[in-house]
Design a protein around this ligand. Sequence first.
Ligand code: ADP
Length: 310
Amino acid sequence: MEEIKVFCPATIANVSCGFDVLGLALESVGDEMVVRKIDEPTIRIRKIIGQELPLETDKNVAGVAGLALLEKSSCSHGFEIEIYKNIKPGSGIGSSAASSAGAVWAMNQLLDTPFSPLELVQFAMQGEKLASKVAHADNVAPAIYGGFTLVRSYAPLDIVPIHTPNELYATVVHPQIEIKTSDSRKILKTNITLEKGIQQWGNLGGLIAGLFTEDYGLIGRSLEDHIIEPIRSILIPEFEHVKKAVMEQGALGSGISGSGPSIFALSKGLETATKVAGAMKAIYAKTDLDFDVHVSKISSKGVQPITKKA
Ligand code: ADP
């Protein structure tokens, strides 16, 4: 195979109680990428459609993640990449992660899969480091594995795929204000009280148990964050209104997607998720902000081939 076209899913990191460790992949929101072999032993970003992003290999997360893979590979050629961007950078639904994960997943396919998913996450984390100065894995892990993933440990890296109930849907609203991941990390406190720690690991354990047992009530009760959300939500206009309105429509729970400004809600079933989207739209339609709303099933798959050319 000389060339591959892939779908690179948007992802929701943190998912309320899982700051820096939990993430999920969306089924119907994402970018597309074409990756093909070239003779020169390098990575070239050939074109980017949909967003203004750097074409220089070392300034684009796809290039940086790709170079990390190439360095560990024994292949003598390189790759060129085309990015068709649907996920707005800085939206909080893993725009950079989609490109980092998509690039390394596609390259691995063209090399006949010498690398494991865990190794691909490690390469993609180098792209995340470029985007936000921290090599976090909570977006790239679900983008590569699909479904929910838990980063149990960063050193050594240990990714745990988490069962995803079939009727679980996400609704995401992106109010278009810019919050840089690096900026929204700076405002966080580095210490937490034991009391807050107890609440958070109780909820994280509850959420994981709820996902494995498909207990939607438990999933909903566990979608709480008393540590990060109270600080970061101040940066997001209408946050409290949205939280209240989505619960009135029957959402299981909601919170900040990644580092914001997007807000996510999880629901059981498409019907509720669609009602939740209506409530989000009604709130932002009353403001002068531009916004996007997405409704998507939680995907059990990560980056996927779209078409293959031999
Ligand atoms: P998100 O949370 O949506 O991933 P981040 O703020 O973490 O957004 O990352 C976006 C940053 O990464 C922007 O500064 C953007 O210029 C940079 N970047 C570099 N390459 C890419 C790419 N291929 N896709 C998205 N963002 C990229």
